[in-house]
Write a new protein. Structure first.
Length: 417
C-alpha cells in the first residue's frame, strides 16, 4: 500500500493485474467486438475465380475494339451464365456469352461489355461501344491471395472483419473471452428502480450507478453481472461479494472512504484481498481503490455519480479492454483551445466535464456548467473530459489543454492523462 497516486500511475498498476482472458472459439455472429487470438491465413483465393463485375456480355476485347454506334460489332451469343453457373465452353472468335454479375468469366473472354452498350440480344448481340474492352472483371485473388495473412491476432472484429471471415468459411473464430464484470453498489440510502415509490417520495435515492455501470461495461465489451445493492453492514457486503466468485473483474461503488459506515475495504481485508491502493491525487474521484480478491482484480469506485463515470473511463474501461485482448486500451487525448477561463483551488489533477466543438481553426472547449460530482446531468451534456494538470490553478481563455473525447473509438497504448 502506498500514499495517494496520480491517475496515470494508478491506471498502469491496474493493467498489470488485468490479464487477458482465455481464448475460445465462438459462433461468427456472436464475435462482434471480440479480439482475435490468432492470425487468420487464407486457405483460398478471393475471388476464387475471375468473374463478372456487372451484367452484360463476356467477350474477347480484340473482337469488340473499334465498335461504335455508327459501326457496331455483332457477336454470336453461345452461352447464358447467371451467377453460380460455371461456363461449359471457351469463347472463340466472334463469340460471346450473356453473363451476370458474379458469374465466372468463360475462358477466352477478357472483357465484360455492359448491357447498356448493346441491344441486349439473345442469340446475337450488337455492341455499340468499345469502352469496356479489358474491364468489368474481378480477377482471381485480387482481394485475398491463398496463403496470405488476412487478419492478425489482436484485431478487433467489426462488421467488415466478420464479413472477411465468413468469406473464408471461418464459422468459429478464436477470440479472447469477454470478461464477466461483477457490479456491486452499496448503501442504506439507495434502492433499485423496482422500488419507485421509495424513490419518488424522496425516502431513498435511486441506484443510478448500477445501471450506468451496466451500460458502460457493455460499451467497453465486457459482460456485466449485477450483484445488486448491499446494505451498509459487513454481513450484507459479504453475502453480495460471494456472488462474484465466477467473475473476472469486480467493480464496487461507494463504501471505500473513511466514514464509519464504509465497510468495503474492511470486508475485503477479511476475505483476504490484497489491496494495492485506495486513494488518488485527482478530482473528481479521489477515493478509488484497487486490489486482488484471490486472482480477481477489484476496482473500487467512488459513490458520487459523476465520480463513478469519470473513474470508470480512466480505470475500468482500459482494464476491460486489456482483458479482452486489446493492446491499445486508453482513449486518446486531443489538444483543445479553452473558450472560457477555468479557476481551480485544490492542487490535484482535475478531469472536468466539457463540451468540445470544432472551431474555425481548431477544436474549442468549454465547461458543461457546475462541476459538482453529484450533477449527473453534466455527463449527459459532456462529450469530453478536460484534463487539467496537477497544480495548474488558472487556465485562461485561449490556453491549450488535453481532452479525452468520450466514446472516441480511437485508442492508444499509454494513458493520455
Amino acid at each position: 500500500m502506498t500514499g495517494p497516486l496520480g491517475a496515470a500511475e494508478a491506471a498502469g498498476r491496474i493493467l498489470i493485474d488485468a490479464r487477458r482472458q482465455p481464448a475460445l472459439r465462438m459462433p461468427l455472429d456472436d464475435a462482434l467486438g471480440g479480439v482475435l487470438a490468432e492470425d487468420v491465413v487464407s486457405p483460398m483465393d478471393i475471388p476464387a475465380w475471375t468473374n463478372s463485375a456487372m451484367d452484360g456480355y463476356a467477350a474477347r476485347g480484340q473482337d469488340v475494339r473499334g465498335a461504335t454506334e455508327a459501326s457496331p460489332v455483332r457477336l454470336r451469343v453461345v452461352e447464358h451464365l447467371p451467377a453460380g453457373h460455371f461456363p461449359a465452353r471457351r469463347i472463340g472468335r466472334g463469340e460471346c456469352a450473356r453473363i451476370f454479375t458474379g458469374a465466372p468469366l468463360p475462358e477466352g473472354a477478357d472483357s465484360v461489355i455492359r448491357q447498356e452498350d448493346t441491344d441486349q440480344g439473345a442469340e446475337t448481340v450488337t455492341i455499340l461501344k468499345d469502352r469496356d474492352v479489358g474491364v468489368n472483371t474481378r480477377r482471381v485473388g485480387e482481394d485475398i491471395r491463398k496463403g496470405s495473412t488476412v487478419l492478425t491476432a489482436g484485431t478487433e472484429l467489426g462488421p467488415a472483419q466478420l464479413g472477411v471471415l465468413a468469406s473464408l468459411a471461418v464459422a468459429h473464430p478464436l477470440v479472447y473471452r469477454r470478461p464477466r464484470v461483477a457490479i456491486l453498489g452499496s448503501g442504506d440510502e439507495i434502492v433499485d428502480v423496482d422500488q419507485p415509490e421509495e424513490i419518488l417520495s424522496g425516502r431513498k435515492i435511486a441506484s443510478s450507478n448500477t445501471h450506468t455501470l451496466v451500460a458502460l461495461v457493455r460499451q467497453s465489451g465486457g459482460e456485466p453481472v449485477n450483484l445488486g445493492i448491499a446494505a451498509d453492514t459487513p454481513n450484507s457486503l459479504r453475502e453480495h461479494l460471494a456472488r462474484a466468485t465466477d467473475c473476472d473483474l469486480l467493480v464496487t461503488t461507494a463504501g471505500i472512504s473513511v466514514g464509519e459506515h464504509d465497510y468495503v475495504r474492511s470486508v475485503l481485508d477479511e476475505l483476504g484481498a490484497k489491496q494495492r491502493f485506495w486513494k488518488l491525487r485527482m478530482r473528481p474521484g479521489a477515493p478509488v481503490g484497487f486490489g486482488l480478491l484471490g486472482e480477481v482484480p477489484w476496482i473500487g469506485l467512488p459513490g458520487n455519480p459523476v465520480s463513478t463515470m469519470v473513474t470508470y473511463e480512466l480505470f475500468v474501461h482500459p482494464a476491460i479492454r486489456r482483458m479482452m485482448g486489446h493492446d491499445r486500451v486508453f482513449r486518446r487525448s486531443v489538444p483543445v483551445r479553452m473558450a472560457e477561463p477555468i479557476s481551480l483551488k485544490p492542487k490535484l489533477q482535475h478531469f472536468l466535464r466539457g463540451i468540445v466543438t470544432e472551431g474555425p481553426t481548431c477544436r474549442e472547449a468549454r465547461l458543461t456548467g457546475p462541476q459538482g460530482s453529484g450533477i449527473l446531468t453534466s455527463m449527459v451534456r459532456a462529450n469530453a473530459l478536460l484534463v487539467i494538470p496537477e497544480g495548474q490553478h488558472e487556465t485562461p481563455v485561449g490556453a491549450t489543454v488535453q481532452a479525452i473525447v468520450l466514446n472516441d473509438p480511437v485508442h492508444r497504448e499509454d494513458p493520455g492523462f
